[in-house]
Design a protein around this ligand. Structure first.
Ligand code: ARG
Length: 491
């Protein structure tokens, strides 16, 4: 819209002469993300103004009808303005006349934008939390098919001890569960209404802040009006929760890339990509992108904290630059979460390859040492015997020859046969990866019965978090129904 359009003069006419800085000042394009939020914030505010007798019912009705019309026209149809708040007000004045400007009684853009941001972020937090729940369901479902699927476990990326695929997947379910928790914690502190705090210093009008909070589905108000306008730590908290989740995802993605590389799994075609030149290639690109999203998310957290650091009270325009990136990264992290879950549940796991690799690198060594220690040898001595045996044991040795090599080592260390302490059959069993896994049945361990108990707990926890999210969504929908009814009573 040109600078001399009628709309241009509706709000704060002739305050500024215009020029190249105007575009720099404007957040109107980015504010598309809070267009819906701002309309509801306007509605709740106008309903409250009418209820408090600050604006008469007829004027409130006209403003509320104009807001419906502005909503139907969409964000792109808004007149020019410094931001969506100003543009919507201008659009209302264009429809209602000067009385439309009464909608901005007893508030400021400062409490208004803070309310819009919280309104948007709480929805993003629930969306991302929901994605984490779906990922956890995928991890649990795949784990429940693989409680007996023996696979290698690594430390330092070196074969360490055999475990099961279920135990591995549940380790990530547990981590993502904490990510869900962080997102829901952030929701608690985000879901507070700054509206009615005005510029920062409150208002002489008899506003009912609890009422607007209620109409907008907030659990409470941000009490101190200066804090209400200024606080953006909820953005840091949301960004931190996204960054933590994306870091979890990056580890999972990296493992899956490595597993694909080792031939432990084949990704579904949807989750792989081909090479434009090398015809034989099937690359784990979606997982590499998932791994890469952590860079964006950590960068966003850094951006938020850096923007907020050292900002004086109360409102400063720096704040306009903080929230758009937090909205964006929520979508990116939710997508990465969906992709991780889809990749896990559609992957074709090669159980024989996993079983073969599980025994490589004498991964059962710790189990043999544990066996000797259980027979009464000091663990340190057991460790020494097995370490000496490990020098000669090679991948592909059958249990019989591996046991013989361990016995030789025992003769060297103890001066007597290993089999004066343990039976040869027990040693050979300890050398079997599946038996080794089955023996480690401590709570949270990989033995199938321990994993089955862990699976049951994980299922309960996932369902509880899904219920919490649904209850949050229901509470928001209920508030919006009430708001719609109140609006309808004036229009
Ligand atoms: N678009 C602005 C923002 O996002 C609105 C607040 C403007 N307030 C002010 N005092 N200049 O932060």
């Amino acid at each position: 819209m040109s600078d001399d359009s009628p709309s241009e003069t509706a709000v704060r006419r002739d305050r500024f002469s215009g020029g190249p800085a105007r575009e720099f000042l404007s957040s109107l394009a980015a504010d598309a993300a809070i267009f819906a939020a701002d309309l509801d914030v306007d509605r709740a505010h106008v309903v409250m103004l009418a209820e408090q007798g600050i604006v008469d019912d007829d004027t409130a009705g006209e403003i509320l009808a104009a807001l419906d019309d502005v909503e139907a026209a969409g964000h792109d149809a808004l007149p020019d303005g410094e931001d969506v708040h100003e543009a919507i007000e201008t659009a209302v004045i264009d429809r209602v006349g000067a009385d439309g400007g009464k909608m901005h009684t007893a508030r400021s853009r400062n409490d208004e934008v803070a309310t819009c941001i919280r309104y948007r972020v709480r929805e993003d937090l629930l969306d991302v939390a929901e994605a984490t729940v779906a990922l956890r369901e995928a991890l649990v479902a795949t784990a429940s098919d693989h409680t007996e699927t023996v696979m290698p476990g690594y430390t330092h990326l070196q074969p360490a001890q055999p475990t099961t695929l279920a135990h591995y997947l549940l380790s990530y379910e547990a981590a993502v569960a904490r990510d869900t928790g962080r997102l829901l914690d952030a929701f608690e502190r985000t879901n507070r209404s700054p509206l009615g705090g005005a510029a920062f210093a409150g208002t002489p009008f008899d506003v009912d802040r609890e009422r607007t909070a209620e109409l907008l589905g907030f659990d409470d108000t941000v009490r101190n009006s200066m804090d209400a306008a200024s606080a953006r730590d909820f953005l840091a908290e949301a960004a931190a929760a996204y960054a933590a989740l994306s870091t979890t995802l990056s580890g999972l993605a990296e493992d899956l890339v490595i597993f694909a590389n080792k031939g432990f799994l084949e990704l579904d075609d949807d989750y792989a990509s081909t090479s434009s030149i090398m015809p034989q290639k099937k690359n784990p690109d979606t997982l590499e992108l998932t791994r890469g999203v952590a860079g964006d998310a950590v960068g966003e957290l850094t951006s938020v904290l850096t923007a907020l650091k050292g900002l004086p009270r109360a409102y400063n325009r720096d704040l306009q630059r903080v929230h758009p990136g937090v909205f964006d990264i929520a979508g990116v992290v939710a997508d990465a979460t969906d992709v991780a879950g889809g990749a896990v549940s559609t992957a074709d796991w090669d159980e024989p390859a996993l079983a073969t690799a599980a025994g490589e690198g004498f991964s059962t060594a710790t189990g043999v040492a544990d066996l000797l220690a259980m027979a009464g040898l000091p663990f340190r001595t057991a460790h020494e015997i097995v370490a000496a045996g490990a020098e000669n044991i090679e991948d592909g040795d059958d249990p019989d020859s591996a046991a013989a090599k361990l016995d030789e080592a025992a003769q060297d260390v103890l001066g007597e046969s290993l089999f004066t302490h343990v039976s040869r059959a027990d040693v050979e069993a300890a050398l079997d990866p599946a038996a080794s896994v089955a023996s480690r049945d401590s709570a949270g361990g990989p033995a199938p019965e321990a994993v089955v108990a862990e699976l049951a707990d994980a299922e309960t926890d996932v369902a509880a978090d899904a219920d919490t999210i649904e209850a949050r969504r229901d509470a928001l929908s209920e508030a919006f129904e009430t708001l719609d009814e109140e609006v309808a009573s004036y229009v």
